[in-house]
Every structure is written in structure tokens, then in C-alpha cells.
Design a protein around this ligand. Sequence first.
Ligand code: UD1
Length: 420
Amino acid sequence: MEKFIVKGPCKIKGEISISGSKNAALPILASTILFEKEVIIKNLPRVKDIDTMINLLKSLGSEIKFNKDRKIVKITKKKKQNFFASYSLVRTMRAGILVLGALVSKHQKSITSLPGGCLIGARPVNYHLNALKKLGMKYDIKKGYIHAYTKEKLKGTKIRFSKISVGATENTIIAACLANGITLLRNCAIEPEIIDLINFLKSGGAKIKFIGKRTLKIEGIKSLKSTSYSVMSDRIETGTFCVAACLTGGNLKINNFDPKIIKTELSLLKKVGAKIKVAKKQIHISGPKKIKNLNNLVTKEYPNFPTDLQAQFMVLLCKAKGKSSITESIFENRFMHVAELRRLGAEIIIKKNKAFISGDTNFQAAELMSSDLRASVALVLAAIVARGSSTINRIYHLDRGYENIENKLRKVGVNIRRVN
Ligand code: UD1
């Protein structure tokens, strides 16, 4: 199994370019099932989850042609459509559930594996199923699979999500595009990746618009037309590199990302002392000599502070002067990085969904174990400022969502290598 060896402490300095967004690309790829004609998707990140979604689409009967660097894909329908999304594919990547809305909307049937549990929380799909049911989908759950069908096309209706969910909003938007009539979706997630999915579908002729802050009106159409679309850049990768620069007292120019998308994160980084200059598609960040603490940072739905940056900010606050606290309000078990950070010397106490961080930590290198995607990158960040040589095991978690992370980090001054 591959691992990273990181020799710290290192200072981050230089320039990097942000890759395409994994969390935007996944629903966009799933929604290509709705199209009869060729679709071209550009700016794909080269990460494992994208390979898994592509394999899922192939297994469902899509023909896939990549360009040389695998960042542009041409997707066309083969004659034979399949309807079976297997456990082996959906298990490793929960976004596999997003093919359900597309299959049922376009082909009136699907057998899709339930994603199963996940280390960061139970992550059920009840909101997805409830919303699709309201559109007319019938389903049974047998042996871990959702057997879904409709006798006729899905039918537009009014749906209010009882809780904001990124995936359920995406699945329902995708399904409603080709439904008969008008769908009104209330209490939607409005993450930038959802806006990107909407823009993609609109480029194919879908009729979707916001009629309130969290309310969408979708007018069903008969079919979507061929389109070509470039996926947005990754805001979590951007946030991670901003934290890295701030954490190491470094100086980093981050290219290819619209700073307006991460206003909340940038204002938090300013609060802890970072100096930030923004241009149209660039962020220039330099870290402070001494990081300031933050009290009661709470993860919440966009446009608030994202749960996907909670672990990275925790590392930053470990190095801050004085005590900080973070409340995790999205997932029930997203503090797995804490035990590993303690092994590097962090003093963190967990009470329910709140972490109390002592600050002023002098990280010392250790052997570490990755648990999930964002927790893993937090360990890399901590290893970068730790004294000595740290080993981070199970980095396949990182490969699921960060493109070429060791090369990007090496280019800006981090002593990191991948070994077998
Ligand atoms: C997406 C992101 C993930 C991010 C999360 C929250 C992708 C591929 N993944 O995940 O990186 O951390 O948003 O911003 O885009 N829930 C239910 N029932 C449901 C659906 C969700 O109880 O049917 C719960 C979840 O367990 C969780 C909360 O609602 O506690 C939010 O989950 P959701 O927004 O759906 O996250 P994902 O779409 O899975």
C-alpha cells in the first residue's frame, strides 16, 4: 500500500493552479445519462472518484473517450442501455447514487446499490428517495439494492427538503429536468457545485431557475441537446492550499479560481492573521508570523463554513496562539483526524460534536493513518509543520479527491514523497 513520507517543517512558497472540482464533476457526469446526443466535459480532475464514476457510466452503457491527459471526456450513448449500478462501484464512492435520478427519469427504471455506511457518519439516502418518490418513482429495497421504476415519465410537483442535502438536491434536479410539467424544489442546497450542475444542464437546454434563495423552478423538457461544458475549479482544494500557506507562514499565489466563491473561508483566514489579495481568478495569500485563534467555528451549509475544510482548519488552529473551538454540524462522526493529530502532539478534547483545541502545538513527526479524504489531507498539513519525518499510511483516500497532491506540494517547497 502506498504512503507519503513528509519531512518537516517546510514553508510553502510559489504558485499553483487549481484542478477541476471533483464534487461538481461527479453529478455532472451522472447527469449525462439524461442525454441522447454526445456530451463533452472539460476540466475533469484526475482523481480516483472520477475514474469510478466513469466506470459506472461505462457499465451502464455510455461510450467514453478521453483526450490524452484525461481531462476532457466525450460521452456518447451506446445502443444498449443497462440499469444496474453495482455495489462494488457505489460502495467506494457515495456519489454513485446520483445515477438513480437520471436512470429513472430517462429510462423509467434502475437497480442501484445503496451506498452503505461511511466512517464520517451514517449518511443515509432517505432525502433522495423521498424526493424522487414525490416525482412518481416507485421503489423496493431488496438485498441492499434500490429497485426503482415508473410506469410513465416522472411528473413535476412541489417538494420541500426537510433538511438541506447536497446529494438529494442534485439527484432531484437531475430527475426533474425531463419530468412532465413543473417541479418546485424548496430548501435546496446551494453549494457552488450545484450551481455548476445547473449551468451544465442549462447548456443542454434544461429549464432551471432560482425563484428564491433556496427555491428552484424546473420546467420539464422532452430532451436535452448535445453540449460541451467546462467544470468549475475545486473550492476545497483551493481552501486546503490557502490553509497550507497560512499554516506555514508561507506565501502562495493560487491561480485558476474565482475568490468570490470562498469569501467565508478567506475572511476566516484574514481573522487568523493571513494577508490576502484577490484578483479575478487569483488568490495571493501570505501567512502570519503568529496565527490567531478562532472561537466556535461552525461547519454549515454553503455559503457558510464547509465541513470539507473542518479538518484542515483544525490543524491551523492547533498552531494558533490560545484556545479555539470547532462545532461540526453536518456529519455526526467527522473528528477521526483528532486521534491522529494527538499522536503528533495536538491537544484536542471532543465533547459531542464540538472540538476544543488548546493551540500553541509544537507538532512532532509520527507515523499516521488516513481515515477519509479530508482527514487525510489534514494529516499531510500537520506533517508539513511537524519536526521530523512523518509517514502517512492509506493515502488511497487522498487519491480519491486531490489531483497530483504530492507534485503540487513539492513544487511549492514541501519535502514529500510517495513510497510503496
Ligand atoms: C456532499 C459532498 C461532501 C460534503 C457534503 C456536505 C459530494 C460528492 N460530496 O456529500 O464532500 O461533505 O456534501 O457538504 O458532493 N443526509 C441524510 N439523508 C439523505 C442525505 C443526507 O440524512 O438522504 C444527511 C447526511 O448524513 C449528512 C447531511 O445530511 O449528515 C448532509 O449530507 P449531504 O449534503 O447530502 O452530503 P453528500 O451529498 O453526501
